[in-house]
Design a protein around this ligand. Sequence first.
Ligand code: NIG
Ligand code: FE
Length: 413
Amino acid sequence: MRTLLTNIHLLCQVEGENEARHIVAGKAMAILPFVENAWLLIENDLIHSYGTMQDIPVIAADKTIDASGRLVLPSWCDSHTHLVFAASRDQEFVDRIKGLSYEDIARRGGGILNSAAKLNAISEDELYAQSYHRLLQLISQGTGAIEIKSGYGLSVEGELKMLRVIRKLKENIAIPIKATLLAAHAYPIDYKEDHDGYLNLIINQLLPIVATEGLADYMDVFCEKGFFSVSETDRLLEAGWKYGLKPKIHANQLYYSGGVQAGIRNNAVSVDHLECVGEEEIAALKSGNTIPTLLPAAAFFLGIQYQPARKIIDAGLPVCLASDYNPGSCPSGNIPLLLTIACTQLKMTPEEAINAVTLNGAAAMELANSHGTIKKGKKANLIITRKMSSFAQIPYDFGNNPVEKMILNGKIT
Ligand code: NIG
Ligand code: FE
């Protein structure tokens, strides 16, 4: 099956056949390579070739789509979500408006523990149905690869239930899904005073099952004051490595908690959140290959300080952006809105922000060989936008969905 897109106004984030960009960093993030007035040929599920309309060869295609006035981009790669959850936490949203902080709510048993109680009370089928619906909504907004975490089970059965739901999503939805074990998201009530007991449960009971059933790709820990300490994080990540789970961790959201350094020390694929980043964190990031992943939609929703994206990029580092979709700190996985927040609040240019959710998002899920750019041989997971004149219009026209059509595995959805 060959599908040809013609008259594309801007074909964005293109890569030549002999290029191998696995991530973009520093000044290079300001460049989003594009072809104006382009064609693109898809063969089965892969990108076959592209070029300019002036030089279009004779192409036999089964289907031709006229993309006049539209942009075509690689679909978004959202490398940090908690999309599998049981219920809304809108009451906590109202409590925060009235003055309580995220930590106040967590201390009185709300927050993650509230989500855990709700998740343990519903069936796997119900959890799957809700999560499936959410994922379809994200796809309609341009997401074409995603990472999903556990972390609202906080018990062996609850965490396995979440990971099995993620596995079922993988089986039924045609985009790459990476699964992350986040049992260390909060201490469950029964283990509030027995941290060792919970760490032992994760390491000795949960991890072996997760590994045997192949239920997770990564291991996450909420490394933060009041949640998991640096030494607890080290212990958990070392245990994860023994089972082949690479770390991707929550770090430095609320405090300068040493989480960034812990992630780098444990060869994390990424350290995520990073509201609190100073010179020491920058120096540590420069010493390794761990990807700084910023989640500004969560900072927006919680009304806390934003991540210093400029400082990180200007230090020559890459920045990845991800949604953090979850019922507490960010009940939205809308990437176009995330791009607006990144541009207006973090002062990232549209080029930098789009690089951060395409190629760098793919890199943060170890998918850069197959996703994140428009390159011969990569997966044809693509966005065709509405009519628009420039890629700045995606973050500019905020609140509106830029996506007109999604192509997944070469098929128009
Ligand atoms: O990434 N910070 C920790 N975890 C999530 C929020 C989880 C929740 O509140 O349910 C986050 O923001
Ligand atoms: Fe998160």
